[in-house]
Design a binder for this molecule. Structure first.
Ligand code: SAH
Length: 218
């Protein structure tokens, strides 16, 4: 006999349960993640695995992050509804979509033109009208819109890029993975205070590297 198919409601409950059990407890973050379906952000053969707590391959040799890591990073960012947020590493657009539910305005940058184009299509389809997606080398930030209340980087650098620290508002928070791309990386949270930068280290993670220049589209 066949197993009964998992219903959408059941799948959503399991998805939220997995997030909670991995430490995503902030209600606003959970509501945002409940509101944004991960399905449309994954095209092709992995589409049916969108509700598993797994990173998955996307175009241009990149990956959409694991939902629990998206949740933990978003929670650490402490976004409020008036914030202007900068994301480096648009990828599929999923993280930007979650942020768009929590912030006033989201700018997201990727070095792959194709990823930016495909993410924009999804933002339009979902009517997420407060996201601006840009093709550029995000290591330099986005000077014309600086300073930002919050900055999130979803590709790993050895150190936080200087221009991003400079473009963070006083009182602002930046969350990013640091470490070499082939070794253990850690998520860190940087707070910019009147007297300087405060760092705290979160969990170990594995992200694709933050690379220089624009990408060749594949
Ligand atoms: N946040 C994404 C996952 C990002 S994967 C999501 O929700 O799906 C990391 C992304 O960082 C890749 O798409 C890669 O192209 C991008 N990236 C790497 N180096 C970059 C740079 N210097 N500037 C902008 N994007 C970069």
């Amino acid at each position: 006999m066949n197993e009964p198919a998992t219903s959408d409601a059941e799948r959503k409950m399991q998805f939220l349960y997995a997030l909670r059990s991995k430490g995503v407890t902030d209600n606003a973050v959970l509501s945002a993640m409940e509101a944004v379906d991960r399905g449309p952000f994954i095209r092709g053969i992995f589409a049916n695995r969108a509700y598993e707590d797994m990173p998955l391959p996307i175009a241009c040799g990149q990956t959409i992050s694991q939902p629990s890591v998206v949740g933990l990073m978003t929670q650490a960012l402490e976004v409020s509804p008036r914030d202007k947020v900068l994301e480096i590493g648009t990828g599929s657009g999923y993280q930007a979509a979650i942020l768009s539910k929590l912030a006033r305005r989201v700018y997201t940058i990727d070095r792959h033109r194709r990823l930016v184009r495909e993410a924009r299509e999804i933002f339009d389809a979902l009517q997420l009208n407060n996201i601006t997606a840009i093709t550029a080398d995000g290591s330099f930030g986005l000077a014309e819109q600086a300073p930002f209340d919050r900055i999130i980087v979803t590709a790993a650098a050895e150190d936080p890029p200087g221009p991003l620290l400079a473009q963070l508002k006083e009182g602002g928070i930046m969350v990013l993975p640091v470490g070499q791309s082939d070794a253990v990386q850690h998520l860190i949270r940087v707070r910019k205070t009147a007297t300087g930068l405060e760092y705290d280290e979160m969990r170990a993670v594995r992200f694709v590297p933050l690379l220089e220049g624009l990408g060749k589209d594949t």
